[in-house]
Design a binder for this molecule. Structure first.
Ligand SMILES: [Zn+2]
Length: 94
């Protein structure tokens, strides 16, 4: 099984334009993966982590975007005990 480290995220506007959510991620080896590809990889047993500010957090698959009334799916999030710096939502745009 492989391990991936995400250092940047690509964002897109939600269907109703109320917010931007993660559309893709970029790894430390500079490869971009869509949300779907990350979820498929997690479900296949690979490990995904976010890295920011010298900290890392584990990325989990989630059914939908966490924002109210947004049904973008599947979605990804870091575990709740991640710090602000390594939280997936706070990684730099890439
Ligand atoms: Zn959303």
């Amino acid at each position: 099984m492989a391990s991936f480290t995400v250092t940047k995220v690509g964002r897109e506007a939600s269907a109703d334009g109320s917010h931007k959510h993660i559309a893709s991620v970029v790894t430390d080896t500079n490869v971009r993966y869509t949300r779907q590809q990350v979820v498929d990889s997690i479900n296949a047993g690979n490990t995904w982590k976010s890295s920011g500010g010298g900290l890392t957090a584990t990325i989990k698959a989630k059914s939908y975007c966490p924002k109210v009334n947004c049904y973008a799916k599947p979605y990804i999030e870091t575990n709740p005990d991640s710090s602000k710096l390594d939280n997936l939502e706070n990684l730099p745009e890439g």
